[in-house]
Design a binder for this molecule. Structure first.
Ligand SMILES: Nc1ncnc2c1ncn2[C@@H]1O[C@H](COP(=O)(O)OP(=O)(O)OP(=O)(O)O)[C@@H](O)[C@H]1O
Length: 284
C-alpha cells in the first residue's frame, strides 16, 4: 500500500508544483489561544507547521473543532497567531489583504446587486477603472459559467450559482492565494460534485493556489494535491497526505475516482484517522 502519507516523504503532488521549490505559504509552529471572558483561555491550535506550494490545491481536513477554520482565518489575516509565524511569498501575514481572497460556506453575495455588479464590487472599492472592471468581471463570470446570468440578481439563482458568484467575485480581485472555508458545505450532493469539478478547472485556468477546509473525505481526496490532516483539539498537523494514487494528475470528473487503484486504501486510512481523532472532539 503506497499512500505516501508520512511526513517528509517525497510525494507525487510535486508534479503540479511550479519549478521553484520555495513555498508560497508557510506556517511555522503556529499556535492560537482564544481569550474567553470569565473562563480559561481556549487553545484552538498548537504548533501547526506546513507549507503550500504555487498552484497547489491544499486541503485542511480533520475532525470537528480541530481548528481548521482558525488556521484559515489566520492565513486570511482575520485572526492573529498567539505564537509562530505565517508567511506568504516570504512576507509575514499581518492582516487581511487583497492577495488572499476568501470564499465562505454561507453565500455572501449582495442581494441588491446583479451578478455583474457583485463581481465588480471589490474592484470598484479598489478603484479599478471601469473598462477593466467590466472586462475582468465578464472573464470570471464566464469562467464560472454564469455569463447568461450576468444581469440577474442573487435571489434568482440557485445555491450553487450563488456560490459561483462568490468564487468569481473573489477571483476578480486576482488573489494569489484562494482560501475556501467549506465552500460547498451548504450545497446538495449533485451541485456539490459539479462545483468540485468546476473548482479544479478554475484553479487550472486562473493559475491559483488554493487552501481549502472541508470535513468531507471524498471531496478532500478528489480535490487535493496535498492534505494536511489535523488532530483533535487543540489541533496540530497530525499527518501530511499526498494522494499519490492520482500520480500527480488532477482528475477532471468525479467518477474517475471510482476504481482508481489506491483510492479505497486512502479513504480507509483517512476514515480510520477521523475515527481515532474525532472520537473525543464532539464537545468542541
Ligand atoms: N472566536 C473564538 N473564541 C473562542 N473560541 C474559539 C473561537 N473560534 C474558534 N474557537 C475554538 O477553537 C477551536 C477550533 O475551532 P475551529 O472553528 O477552528 O475548528 P474547525 O476544525 O474549523 O471546526 P468545524 O469543523 O466544526 O467547523 C474550537 O474549540 C472552537 O470552540
Amino acid at each position: 500500500m503506497n499512500l505516501s502519507h508520512a511526513k517528509g516523504e517525497a510525494s507525487t503532488a510535486t508534479a503540479v508544483r511550479a519549478s521553484t521549490d520555495e513555498p508560497k505559504l508557510r506556517l511555522e509552529r503556529v499556535g492560537k489561544s482564544f481569550h474567553v471572558p470569565r473562563g480559561p483561555d481556549i487553545e484552538a491550535i498548537t504548533d501547526v507547521s506546513f507549507s503550500t506550494y504555487e498552484n497547489e490545491v491544499c486541503v485542511l481536513l480533520g475532525p470537528s473543532g480541530c481548528g481548521k477554520s482558525t488556521v484559515l482565518r489566520m492565513v486570511a489575516g482575520l485572526e492573529q497567531p498567539t505564537s509562530g509565524e505565517l508567511t506568504l511569498d516570504g512576507q509575514p501575514i499581518v492582516g487581511p489583504a487583497q492577495e488572499r481572497g476568501m470564499v465562505f460556506q454561507a453565500y455572501t453575495s449582495f442581494d441588491w446587486l446583479t451578478v455583474q455588479q457583485n463581481v465588480e464590487y471589490g474592484m470598484r472599492l479598489n478603484h479599478v477603472p471601469r473598462g477593466e472592471r467590466r472586462e475582468r468581471a465578464a472573464h470570471f463570470i464566464d469562467l464560472v459559467g454564469l455569463s447568461r446570468f450576468a444581469d440577474a440578481y442573487p435571489r434568482h439563482l440557485s445555491g450553487g450559482m450563488k456560490q459561483r458568484v462568490a468564487i468569481a467575485r473573489t477571483l476578480a480581485n486576482q488573489p494569489s492565494l484562494l482560501l475556501m472555508d467549506e465552500p460547498f458545505g451548504a450545497l446538495d450532493a449533485q451541485t456539490r460534485w459539479q462545483m468540485q469539478e468546476l473548482m479544479l478547472s478554475i484553479a487550472e485556468a486562473a493559475n491559483t493556489t488554493v487552501l481549502m477546509v472541508t470535513h468531507d473525505i471524498e471531496e478532500a481526496i478528489f480535490l487535493a494535491d496535498r492534505i494536511e490532516f489535523m488532530s483533535r483539539h487543540p489541533g496540530t498537523v497530525h499527518e501530511e497526505i499526498a494522494p499519490s494514487f492520482k500520480q500527480g494528475r488532477r482528475l477532471r470528473q468525479k467518477e474517475e475516482l471510482i476504481g482508481l487503484s489506491g483510492y479505497d486504501d486512502l479513504e480507509r486510512h483517512i476514515l480510520q484517522l477521523m475515527r481515532e481523532q474525532g472520537s473525543d472532539s464532539t464537545d468542541h
